[in-house]
Design a binder for this molecule. Structure first.
Ligand SMILES: Cc1ncc(C[n+]2csc(CCOP(=O)(O)OP(=O)(O)O)c2C)c(N)n1
Length: 668
């Protein structure tokens, strides 16, 4: 690396990149943890991107028409934090860099959305960032079609490493992006042939560039330390009609003396002597956490470069006839006025007519009232549209070249789909929902978890929610899924019992602006539970008394969700006929019930001496309602392949079993 005196002369791109290197080294050294290898390796590429290519204004990291930058290789967080600091993002002063990875800092170990201004998405679980970026690029194209390119005209840039591209989710993400021709998406591959265990080739024989090409991407290989090649490649990417990959051949820990290129420097904290050697190699004379003023000024200037474009954009928005809608939907992420007028009418009709049907069908009917009223909703399915009831008549496919369609054919890509939905919601202006089977929530789970951590409004429709799906058998029958999803913080798991509840749950999910939701829905028919109109959205309480005792004080409280509410209601009939006061509590969403005040919770759980829960899943978690000594009727193992009526009988999820258990407890 040629020597430069970092304190003098007009800063060259290399000197500016070395500022990123120095900060990354210093921060990791101070924290005695973290990764400077990747930030040092990609500093040159990132410097060209942030000083001359990307559209952004550091002063306003929320500007809706900014280019999105996603650091999929989230362990290299110091690359991003250095860039945010150097370009002048408000709130990311040098103290934040000094406090890298410390309690209360804005610079956590991995980038966290909502925690650090300028961080577009939470990354760290490798591959997620790349797949999330696909969703951002989808949202951009859709909103450009809706509002016009004078308001929406930006790109999505991703830095991904060997790890991201080894992860399976990358396959789903890149094939979906290619199919949708997301030409505003560029992946900058940190092609350093290094992972934690050593050279990537100890576990990889494939050619990533050839893989992307085969998937349908425009591809290019460059030397990631040659500023001319980087510049040309980024300009090339902007001209492609397909998503583009630039494989940037880099050396990990570039600039770090003898550690440069050493595979073991991935997450290695440099010793003092090694840092001194690196500073010498880079001719970096400034003290730790100090940036020579000419370099700092050049970075600030780069960060402010987009200010003019942003102000012009703001003027265009002011004049636009889309202004109100854009501000509501994209800037504030608010629902339109009258979003639920159709749904309210539907609920009233359902309470009156009480149709028996599968809750997936009821959900589809709710969507028929919602999708036309809320233009931000973009639906889809992982190739199970007919089963998930996610398609509403009149929707058209989201596809090139005209991206105004609102239905995404995600293909059989549950993980990529869930991550893309996170990206769409993060982008803003879109409320994504999509479908698969509940048993395959496991395929989406890493993205569901990240969505919950980030607090994004995405709605996962998950049908075929129990052994009630019948003949497909135990591979497809969720048993532990409700419990395992309920274990994820900040995730609403809805399991409605009928048409009214399905509609009510949809409303709550849509109103939860900072929380993702699961809509667990049945394949099989179930009778209506709510046949008396109610002015209140009872599901917005999470759990509520559906039927009180009519034969004196309740001696038995039955708790159930979804299709098992009908089982509980039938058991109540039997018990009450025998003179046992019995009430039924429907529990469509536990997480919301937990938010109710103590009095409501105590009253809803009630004082009956016998408490029994019914759910066609495992018992885990039900103690919440029935206590340690309560009875449970549900599953204790995997299901089986047979018609569902037979399965309910064989696994004893029946009114008779509930009644029997109640008597045993009453007489105990
Ligand atoms: C899903 C997931 N698995 C494992 C890890 C742990 N991990 C962090 S970085 C890394 C290696 C990544 O290699 P690469 O992307 O090439 O990064 P580089 O070594 O070049 O910094 C691993 C395995 C992770 N963060 N996410």
């Amino acid at each position: 690396m040629p020597a430069h005196d970092s304190a003098a002369a007009t800063p060259t791109p290399l000197m500016m990149a070395n500022a990123v290197r120095a900060l990354s080294m210093d921060a990791v050294h101070a924290a005695r943890s973290g990764h400077q290898g990747m930030p040092m390796g990609m500093a040159d590429v990132a410097t060209v991107l942030f000083t001359g290519v990307m559209k952004y204004d550091a002063a306003d990291p929320q500007w809706p028409d900014r280019d999105r930058f996603v650091l999929s290789a989230g362990h290299g967080s110091m690359l991003l934090y250095s860039l945010l600091h150097l370009t002048g993002v408000p709130g990311i002063g040098m103290d934040e860099i000094r406090n890298f990875r410390q309690w209360g800092s804005k610079t956590p170990g991995h980038p966290e959305y909502g925690h650090t201004p300028g961080v577009e998405t939470t990354t760290g679980p490798l591959g997620q960032g790349l797949a999330t970026a696909v969703g951002m690029a989808m949202a951009e194209r859709h909103l450009a079609a809706r509002f016009g390119e004078d308001l929406v005209d930006h790109r999505t840039w991703v830095v991904a490493g060997d790890g991201c591209l080894m992860e399976g989710i990358s396959h789903e993400a890149i094939s979906l992006a290619a199919r949708l021709k997301l030409d505003r998406l560029t992946v900058l591959f940190d092609d350093n042939n290094t992972t934690i265990d050593g050279e990537a080739t100890i576990a990889e024989i494939g050619d990533q560039v050839a893989r992307f090409k085969a998937a349908g991407w425009a591809v290019k290989r460059i030397d990631g330390h040659d500023f001319g090649q980087i510049r040309k490649a980024l300009a090339w990417a902007k001209k492609q009609r397909m998503p583009s990959l630039i494989a940037c051949r880099t050396r990990i820990s570039k600039g770090a003396g003898r550690k440069e290129g050493d595979p073991h420097s991935h997450g290695y904290t440099l010793f003092d002597a090694e840092i001194a050697e690196a500073r010498e190699a880079m001719a970096w004379t400034a003290a730790p956490f100090e940036i020579p003023e000419p370099i700092a000024a050049a970075w600030r200037e780069a960060g402010a470069k987009g200010g003019g474009a942003r102000r012009k954009w703001a003027k265009r928005l002011k004049r636009s006839h889309h202004r109100d809608d854009f501000e509501r939907a994209v800037v504030q992420n608010k629902l339109p006025a009258g979003a639920f007028a159709g749904l309210d009418a539907h609920v009233a009709k359902m309470a009156e007519t009480g149709p028996a049907n599968a809750t997936r069908v009821h959900s589809g009917a709710a969507l028929e009232a919602l999708v036309p009223a809320i233009a931000e909703m973009i639906g889809g399915s992982a190739d199970l549209t007919g089963s998930n009831n996610t398609f509403v008549k009149g929707m058209t496919a989201f596809d090139a070249p005209d991206y105004d369609g609102r239905y995404v054919h995600y293909g059989v890509r549950e993980h990529g789909m869930a991550a893309a939905m996170n990206g769409m919601a993060l982008h803003g202006g879109v409320i994504p929902y999509s479908g698969t089977f509940l048993a395959f929530a496991d395929y989406s789970r890493p993205a569901i978890r990240l969505g919950a951590l980030m607090g994004v409004r995405v709605i996962h429709v998950m049908t075929h929610d129990s052994i009630g799906l019948g003949e497909d058998g135990p591979t497809h029958q969720p048993v532990e899924h409700l419990a395992s999803l309920r274990a994820i913080p900040n995730l609403l798991v809805f399991r409605p019992a009928d048409a009214v509840e399905a509609a009510e749950c949809w409303r709550v999910a849509l109103e939860a602006q900072f929380t993702p939701s699961i809509m667990a829905l049945s394949r099989q028919k179930t009778p209506a539970a709510r046949t008396v109109p109610s002015a209140e959205n009872l599901c917005a309480r999470g759990a509520y008394e559906l039927a009180a005792s009519t034969v004196g004080a309740a001696r038995v409280s039955l708790f159930a969700s979804g299709t098992e509410v009908a089982v509980a209601m039938a058991a109540r009939e039997q018990l009450q006929a025998a003179g046992v006061g019995t009430r039924v509590v429907s529990t469509p969403c536990w997480e919301i019930f937990d938010l109710q005040d103590d009095l409501y919770q105590i009253e809803t759980i009630g004082a009956a001496p016998v408490r029994i829960a019914v759910e066609a899943g495992v018992r885990q978690g039900w103690t919440r309602f029935i206590g340690e000594g309560g009875g449970f009727v549900g599953m204790t193992g995997f299901g089986a392949s047979a018609p569902y009526e037979r399965l309910y009988k064989e696994f004893r999820i029946t009114a008779e079993h509930v009644t029997e258990l109640a008597w045993a407890k009453l007489e105990a």
